[in-house]
Write a protein that binds this ligand. Structure first.
Ligand code: ADP
Ligand code: MG
Length: 545
């Protein structure tokens, strides 16, 4: 069995596995001479789709045939699509192309990749998670599970450097997103009298619109201004080709400034060659507000866990290669900052997790004869890993059903939160409800996610069960519904037990008619299958009286 971990990033993706000794290693992208793959897709013509650096190089010249930052669209209600040569692609399909390219990278080096764990941001809701899983399946991969990115980073840190109990702050500044996560690592005894290193998430925060791209944009404007000054032009005078030329050189210049104090870029300004010199000092002055912004998120995340002492800060994400980041974080956490493989740590952690899960599957199947087929670790090594770690994530949202409260004078539609944001995963909760009336034929049980920590929300959905825009702070989202058919002559006192289960891969909803033992778990997704009915007769109510 070959298990791999995949970091499907907004700007760069990465695939990793465990070597024969059980150590995580990245599968190199030889074509781009890199450890990562640019998450960029270029639709050259109807027969040729290019993924990676070569696609990225077409952004300036053929931008309308290039898709990037698709992770920002996956699983979103906007239902954005992309059409090329008469064919329309969803964000899931674009993501599948990136995943298929990663699969191809592994296969071209003789590996077989079937079982994978894909990473997602800790703040991803259910739709984004199931869309990510779907993309994996579409790419021909068997998705064992998803894991939150900061948890994966912590796992790879933990595996590399065995530690005593400690609390870690993961500072992940990528290309388009910034995530802060506080993770606790502790030694807990297992059933066999050994020790398990437990990784538990205590708090998360960040901004899904803050990342390396903002540094690129600042540098772009700086170079554009320098080109104007040098040639006595205004920004309006600058031709589109010149802008494209600047854009294509910005990221490389930024990377060079992580190595050197000064770099030069040569730009063709409306036909005349101009050399712009950029010093690291200037670049740091230019982007100081962005660094400060990330540190504000660090503060607000720490404020969620006021009693926690941070022992180590882990720098993750390609943008933490910028010396200004390390400096700022060092200043706040002197002597506590660690940085190892910032652009690979997430994929490596996912590879470790995949291997742990893969072992469980092999156990079920009665063995994994081909465990070493392509240099994968032996079963013993994997068993060692699985016994060594346990991962405990937090729920990214609150979850629960919409039900009718028949108490008082008016029937109120209430969204009850069974599982609340920040709870330990896997989280399971069950509650008993009743049909609205005698002889009710069926129940349409609606499931919601939201950002509220209240037990119940009233104003966030209308009487038809549709989420209301009036309460954006709670981000209420209808996930879909479960149809519960009731046999004839069902009295309204019949107990219907509703259960929600949440783990990193998604939500499972089920309902049991306790009178008959009938179990219902076929969940209809919102967008495609659910036809919301107005009638309250198909609901469940809270109390039996
Ligand atoms: P993602 O957000 O896709 O997970 P990564 O963690 O791989 O992405 O980070 C990508 C970002 O890191 C990009 O903005 C890239 O320009 C930036 N980056 C990568 N290497 C360097 C470097 N040496 N110096 C500065 N920025 C870098
Ligand atoms: Mg990332």
């Amino acid at each position: 069995m070959s298990t791999y971990g995949i970091d499907l990033g907004t700007t760069y993706s990465c695939v990793a596995r465990l070597d024969a000794n059980g150590n995580p290693e990245v599968v190199r992208n030889n074509e781009d001479n890199s450890n990562t793959l640019a998450s960029v897709v270029f639709f050259e013509n109807e027969n040729n789709v290019v993924v990676g650096q070569a696609a990225k190089e077409n952004i300036e010249t053929d931008g309308d045939r290039v898709v990037q930052f698709v992770k920002r669209e996956i699983g979103k209600a906007t239902n954005r699509t992309y059409t090329f040569d008469g064919k329309t692609y969803t964000p899931v399909e674009i993501s599948a192309l990136i995943l298929a390219r990663l699969k191809n990278i592994v296969e071209s080096q003789g590996g077989t990749i079937d079982n994978v764990v894909i990473t997602v941001p800790a703040y991803f809701g259910l739709e984004e998670r199931s869309a990510t899983k779907q993309a994996g399946e579409l790419a021909g991969l068997n998705v064992l599970s998803l894991i939150n990115e900061p948890t994966a980073a912590a796992l790879s840190y933990c595996a590399r450097q065995f530690q005593e109990d400690r609390t870690i702050l993961v500072y992940d500044l990528g290309g388009g997103t910034f995530d802060v996560t506080v993770v606790k690592m502790s030694m807990t005894p297992n059933d066999q009298g050994g020790d398990v290193q437990k990784i538990a998430v205590l708090a998360t925060g960040g901004d899904d619109r803050l990342g390396g791209k903002d540094w690129d944009d600042k540098l772009f404007n700086y170079i554009l201004q320098a080109c104007c000054d040098e040639n006595g032009l205004t920004a309006d005078d600058i031709e589109v080709e010149t802008r494209q030329d600047i854009r294509s050189k910005v990221e490389e210049a930024k990377r060079k400034l992580s190595q050197k104090e000064v770099t030069k870029v040569r730009i063709d300004v409306n036909g005349s060659r101009t050399e712009v010199v950029i010093t690291r000092k200037d670049f740091e002055r230019l982007t100081a507000d962005k660094v400060a912004q990330t540190m504000n998120f660090v503060d607000s995340t720490l404020a969620k866990v006021p009693d926690v002492q941070i022992d180590t800060v882990l720098l993750v994400g390609g943008s933490t290669y910028m010396p200004m980041i390390k400096k700022a974080v060092e200043e706040k956490f002197p002597g506590k900052v660690q940085q190892h493989d910032p652009d690979q740590a997430v994929a490596k952690g996912a590879a470790i997790y995949a291997s742990m899960l893969g072992l469980a599957i092999e156990g079920d199947a009665g063995g994994g004869a081909d465990a070493q087929a392509d240099g994968a670790p032996t079963e013993d090594k994997r068993a060692e890993l699985a016994a060594k770690f346990s991962v405990e994530d937090q729920t990214p949202r609150s979850f629960g059903p919409g039900v009718i409260d028949t108490k008082g004078t008016k029937n109120k539609y209430i969204l009850e939160n069974f599982i609340k944001i920040g709870e330990k995963m896997p989280a399971v909760a069950t509650k008993t409800y009743y049909p609205i009336e005698d002889n009710q034929e069926r129940v349409r049980l609606r499931a919601f996610e939201n950002m509220s920590t209240e037990d119940a929300l009233i104003p966030s959905v209308d009487e038809d069960g549709n989420p209301q825009a009036t309460d954006p702070a709670h981000a209420v989202k209808l996930l879909g519904e479960l149809i519960v058919n009731l046999p004839p002559n069902t009295p309204k006192t019949t107990k219907i037990e509703v259960t929600f289960k949440v783990d990193a891969s998604g939500v499972h909803v089920e309902a049991v008619n306790t009178a008959t033992g009938d179990k219902f778990e076929t969940f209809l997704r919102t967008a495609s299958d659910v036809d919301i009915e107005k009638s309250a007769v198909h609901q469940l109510r809270i109390s039996s009286d």
